[in-house]
Design a protein. Structure first.
Length: 151
C-alpha cells in the first residue's frame, strides 16, 4: 500500500491492498466514505448466486448474521489500518457485544456497512458498527479487534 490512496470509491483492488483477506472471504465490495482512523462507510453487494445460499436456507435464502458481522469487522479494519503505524497489521475479531439482528439480508441486495471507531491503540480497537439495506437497519453491535503484526 502506498501513502497516497486513490480517490473514492475504493473497489476490490484497493481493498485487497489493505486487508489480508482473499476470495472467497472478502466481504466488502467498495468503500464510499472514510475518515481514516475514525469512521468508514462501505458496501457489500450480495450475489444472488452465492454458494452458501444453497444451504442457508434452500427455500428461504438469507445471508448469515455471522457473515454480516465479518463484513462489518472488515470494513472497520480498513478505517483503522489507514494509520501509517498500523499498516500491514492484521485485525482479529475478539469480541462482539450488544449484537442485534433486525432485518434479514436477501440475495441480490446491497448492504451498507458503517463503523465508528470508539477506541484505537496499537493493540486494541473498539468500533460501533451498523449494517443496513435501503436505510433499514439489519444489524448493530460493538466489536473488538486485536491488532497483530503481519508476519
Amino acid at each position: 500500500m502506498t501513502d497516497t490512496m486513490p480517490p473514492l470509491p475504493w473497489g476490490r483492488e484497493t481493498i485487497e491492498t489493505i486487508l489480508p483477506h482473499r476470495d472467497p472471504f472478502v466481504w466488502v465490495s467498495r468503500i464510499v466514505a472514510i475518515d481514516p482512523g475514525a469512521s468508514i462507510e462501505g458496501e457489500l453487494d450480495v450475489p444472488a448466486d452465492l454458494d452458501l445460499f444453497r444451504g442457508h436456507f434452500p427455500n428461504h435464502p438469507v445471508l448469515p448474521g455471522v457473515i454480516i458481522m465479518e463484513a462489518l469487522a472488515q470494513c472497520a479494519s480498513i478505517a483503522v489500518l489507514q494509520d501509517p503505524d498500523l499498516r500491514g497489521c492484521i485485525g482479529f475479531l475478539t469480541g462482539i457485544d450488544k449484537a442485534k439482528f433486525r432485518r434479514q439480508v436477501a440475495p441480490g441486495e446491497t448492504v451498507t456497512l458503517k463503523a465508528t471507531i470508539v477506541k484505537s491503540s496499537r493493540r486494541l480497537v473498539v468500533a460501533d458498527v451498523e449494517a443496513s439495506v435501503d436505510g433499514e437497519t439489519c444489524a448493530t453491535a460493538t466489536q473488538k479487534y486485536v491488532l497483530a503484526p503481519k508476519e
